[in-house]
Design a protein around this ligand. Structure first.
Ligand code: HEC
Ligand code: HEC
Length: 255
């Protein structure tokens, strides 16, 4: 009988370790569910909705509208550490990588880049039309061959060949089953109308022209605010646990 060599054993254990630590992060179980539920129903529901549909009593006050949580397919692409950082430091700080957390030390947070210098207004309108056609389930969503080529060249690496939010830069585990996105936040699935209803044409145009950071920083569109001043780390982990358990885990295989 032959025994594996030491270098072989070491490389196997490294592989194991890294994939294990990745999923351990994703299913992180810190936090208290009862406390999380209380905080959610006191603070978060007003925008994200009691049922996580992104339509709480004040959802009309933010542009884009609040994130929709009740979507396991999309929400399971987020890492716990990203969700935590967004709530503690606010999404802008995460995208600018100015948070002190472990997440910002890696290259994971990716903000939608700007294309205003390379695309004409007509081309941007065409890309927006493509996205809207996807959300409406139009059979051939491409407004023209040119738009299809631009999308394949400039957008598909993150957004996926069909705009499903599963480009090369994004996928960690192969879709269609639930996967964790390598870049955070994961781009949305254009064919999911519930996710895409959050965005107005004005917002999409700004996003494509100046990118996500300037859309918020310079043009004044909204994003998730920081709650680190009002919530402790334990409270934030608790509300993340509540979101994951209630809107993601419990729905996963009931679709
Ligand atoms: C004033 C409205 C408002 C409140 C209250 C609010 N959020 Fe948000 N939240 C938003 C908006 C708007 C977005 C979408 C941000 C974007 O698209 O950039 C968002 C996005 C998020 C995201 C997803 C980040 C992403 O990249 O899409 C998480 C997670 C989140 N909120 C958690 C919470 C939690 C937890 C609470 C309660 C402690 C909370 N939010 C309270 C408005 C709100
Ligand atoms: C480097 C990766 C990357 C590239 C390249 C990229 N995007 Fe994005 N895009 C993102 C990310 C990440 C988001 C999510 C933004 C958020 O939630 O903060 C996004 C969001 C969007 C959205 C809003 C819907 C959503 O998924 O949240 C639109 C519309 C969009 N991008 C269009 C485009 C178009 C059109 C192109 C090509 C011209 C493009 N993007 C290229 C990363 C990218």
């Amino acid at each position: 009988m032959q025994f594996p060599t030491l270098p072989f054993l070491i490389s196997v254990s490294i592989l194991f370790y890294s994939s294990f630590s990745f999923s351990a992060e994703q299913t992180s179980d810190q936090g208290d569910l009862t406390l999380g539920e209380k905080i959610y129903n006191e603070i978060c529901f007003s925008c994200h909705g009691k049922t996580g549909d992104g339509r709480g009593p004040s959802y009309l006050n933010t542009r884009p509208f609040p994130q929709v949580f009740a979507n396991p397919d999309y929400m399971s692409r987020f890492m716990d550490q990203y969700l935590f950082d967004v709530v503690k430091y606010g999404k802008l700080a995460v995208l600018k990588k100015t948070t002190p957390s472990e997440l910002s030390k890696t290259s994971i947070p990716v903000a939608m880049p700007s294309f205003g210098d390379v695309l004409t207004d007509e081309q941007i309108k065409g890309l927006i039309q493509f996205e809207k056609n996807m959300a409406q389930g139009v059979a051939n969503p491409w407004p023209s061959k040119e738009i299809r080529e631009i999308f394949m060249d400039a957008c598909a690496t993150c957004h996926g060949l069909e705009g499903k939010g599963n480009g090369d830069r994004v996928v960690k585990q192969p879709p269609p089953k639930y996967f964790i996105s390598e870049i955070q936040p994961p781009p949305a699935d254009y064919s999911n109308s519930k996710l895409m209803e959050r965005f107005s044409d004005e917002y999409r145009e700004a996003l494509i022209k100046v990118g996500k950071i300037d859309t918020v920083d310079r043009l004044g569109f909204n994003t998730m605010n920081p709650y680190g001043e009002v919530l402790s780390d334990q409270e934030i982990w608790s509300v993340i646990k509540y979101i994951r358990k209630t809107f993601i885990e419990e729905r996963k295989d009931k679709k």
